[in-house]
Design a protein. Sequence first.
Lengths: 116, 113
Amino acid sequence: EPEVTQTPSHQVTQMGQEVILRCVPISNHLYFYWYRQILGQKVEFLVSFYNNEISEKSEIFDDQFSVERPDGSNFTLKIRSTKLEDSAMYFCASSETARSSYNEQFFGPGTRLTVL
Amino acid sequence: GQNIDQPTEMTATEGAIVQINCTYQTSGFNGLFWYQQHAGEAPTFLSYNVLDGLEEKGRFSSFLSRSKGYSYLLLKELQMKDSASYLCAVRGDRGTGANNLFFGTGTRLTVIP
């Protein structure tokens, strides 16, 4: 069964450093998303991406964040200068379409980011 | 804004039935999803409702009332492996083609023998 994959599973970084989280969405999917979940809190939407551009972003997704699809398979989230409060589990998700009435988002296993 | 409310925790007995409620107030509505999330793992899809009524899928059923901003997830014949968090999520945006989900805080269900 096709699945979303994410690397690394765990990333530890120093405050102020740049990190890149990587995701490989399901191959025939067109819409890609990043969510984050701070420990013990709810899953929060960050950004959605379609047709090589951002479709929508939340207020969390400020100038420190960027997304890219550098090739035909990877989808990355970059945090330019990490802060302590960026420590969270980051989930990538993908879906086949957005406009259809039924559209399941498939989530990857997550990358746990720890900022020291 | 988006406001999605669920009970924080519930406990039920193996073999029993449990109903997890979710109420929502969102700026748009384009479907409601239920996800299961085991500790430290990714959310996995359980059910989807966009029209009023009940959707049944094996041991899981989900109900939606759009006029009341209300949904519930019904789990039957509970098994120990059903111990997990259950996340209610609303797809709120219809205009841009994006499909982002707004999640509730989740209900942690503990199934006891």
